[in-house]
Design a protein around this ligand. Structure first.
Ligand SMILES: NC(=O)C1=CN([C@@H]2O[C@H](COP(=O)(O)OP(=O)(O)OC[C@H]3O[C@@H](n4cnc5c(N)ncnc54)[C@H](O)[C@@H]3O)[C@@H](O)[C@H]2O)C=CC1
Ligand SMILES: Nc1nc(O)c(N)c(N[C@@H]2O[C@H](COP(=O)(O)O)[C@@H](O)[C@H]2O)n1
Length: 249
């Protein structure tokens, strides 16, 4: 599907929140997702829900263009069958999109997902997306390993320490910027990590998804700084940084 044109104000609006001129050697992490007015990112567990208007969907692909990796949690992987490629580039190219696409990093500790037959594989085979790094807690036996994927074995524990994961992804795969797209569980954890997250970019759609929806609501208070708003046709976008709570008065 063809994307709508990128709103001309968005590149300037987003510039300071993207890894365009990274200031240090740490992995640049952008937390980004689309939510409803009642802070839901889907209308229920197991349901893929479109929230973004076409103009903010294009923005998501613009964000993907600017990152080397794109990370999602297990439920999002299983529910959405996501492509995670990038359809936007400044040259309006529509072929060989793999070179503009971030590397998918998918959390699948217990190996519940198959690359074979997925939308991600389809895009990879058509040179429209990159192959994934699958984060597992144990290397599958040779017979169970899939073709064209990398397994990153996180064997410290079943619970990923994000700092360690990001560091390892940089050291092993040279991934210096990661866009985390969700879902709710992963976002709620990382909203508490001002030490790891450089930018937060939230699309807010003009819809309520109701009490059965998957919520973004971190377990404690999160303060934001450098807040900026972009207002579109039906959606708005909030760009900001996470504040160190110790700094707030
Ligand atoms: N509107 C939007 O922008 C987005 C919406 N979604 C929606 O979100 C929903 C899925 O969200 P959730 O159910 O909250 O699940 P999720 O996608 O955050 O995955 C949670 C699972 O990932 C694994 N995981 C997460 N953190 C881990 C850690 N530190 N160590 C080890 N494993 C870990 C666990 O298996 C956990 O149960 C879907 O309906 C999807 O469509 C997902 C991404 C973006
Ligand atoms: N930006 C945004 N808006 C929405 O309304 C969404 N539902 C999502 N979901 C995220 O995008 C992934 C799907 O990506 P592909 O189009 O298949 O490449 C999905 O897995 C969520 O991470 N995002």
């Amino acid at each position: 599907m063809k994307l709508s044109p990128l709103d001309e104000k968005l590149p300037n609006f987003l510039h300071d929140y993207l890894p365009i001129e990274p200031k240090d050697d740490k992995v640049f992490v952008t937390l980004t997702y689309a939510q409803s007015l009642d802070s839901k990112i889907s209308s229920g567990p197991g349901i893929r829900t479109v929230i973004s208007h076409p103009e903010t969907k294009t923005m998501t692909h613009y964000l993907r263009y600017h990152h080397q990796g794109i990370l999602i949690g297990t439920s999002t992987l299983l529910v959405d069958d996501p492509g995670l490629n990038c359809k936007w580039n400044p040259f309006n190219e529509t072929t060989n999109l793999d070179k503009y696409s971030p590397r998918p990093i998918v959390i699948d500790m217990k190996r519940q997902w198959n690359f074979k037959g997925s939308k991600m594989e389809q895009l990879y085979l058509q040179k429209k997306g990159k192959s994934p790094i699958i984060v597992v807690n144990k290397l599958p036996t040779h017979a169970d390993q899939e073709e064209n994927v990398d397994y990153f074995v996180y064997d410290n524990s079943d619970v990923i320490d994000w700092e360690l994961l990001f560091l390892n992804l940089k050291n092993k795969y040279n991934i210096k910027s990661i866009m985390v797209e969700g879902g709710g569980n992963v976002i709620n954890q990382l909203l508490l990590r001002h030490d790891l997250v450089n930018s937060l970019i939230i699309t807010i759609g003009s819809v309520y998804l109701g009490e059965n929806g998957v919520s973004v609501s971190p377990s404690s208070n999160v303060q934001l700084s450098d807040v900026k708003w972009w207002v579109g046709t039906t959606d708005s976008v909030l760009s900001c940084r996470l504040k160190n709570n110790k700094d707030s008065s």
